[in-house]
Ligand binder design. Structure first.
Ligand code: DQA
Length: 145
């Protein structure tokens, strides 16, 4: 049976492609989804791909993934640096989480250096653009098979 993986994207990631392309690249969110779906097929995974600008909705989806014990790839956007509520949600469920970022958050402004997500994640992949997500997917396919 195909392994289900949730890929959750936080605020402003719906604007990928036009949002600060020098930082986040020119690829659109739907192209990122297509690339992940292609990779997932080869790895025998199925992706549930979502984006929200709302913290509570992301938390509901973490609970949903948790109820299915499905692992999560999470780019929480700016909530990474602010959200104890998302941290608590990740701690509350049995799903594993890999934190991803398109940019290298440690190379940027000081306020991006702290992540609430990292403390509830297996690991973090940051700075490889779309590849950050692909590397996370590959990590999962090897992590638990
Ligand atoms: C981001 C980095 C965050 O600091 C920022 O707020 C984002 C995107 C990234 O993918 O590089 O929205 O998570």
């Amino acid at each position: 049976m195909s392994k289900l993986i949730y890929v959750l994207n936080g605020p402003n990631l719906n604007l990928l492609g036009t949002r600060e392309p020098s930082v986040y690249g020119v690829i659109k969110l739907e192209d990122l989804e297509n690339r992940l779906n292609n990779l997932a097929k080869g790895l025998g995974c199925t992706i549930e791909f979502r984006q929200s600008n709302h913290e509570g909705e992301l938390i509901d989806w973490i609970h949903e993934a948790g109820a299915k014990k499905a692992p999560i790839i999470l780019n929480a956007g700016a909530y990474t640096h602010t959200s104890i509520a998302i941290y608590d949600a990740l701690k509350a469920v049995e799903s594993d989480c890999i934190e991803v970022h398109l940019s290298n958050i440690f190379k940027r402004e000081d306020y991006r250096h702290h992540s609430f997500i990292s403390g509830a994640s297996i690991g973090i992949i940051s700075g490889f653009g779309v590849k950050s997500y692909e590397l996370a997917l590959m990590a999962y396919s090897e992590h638990s098979s």
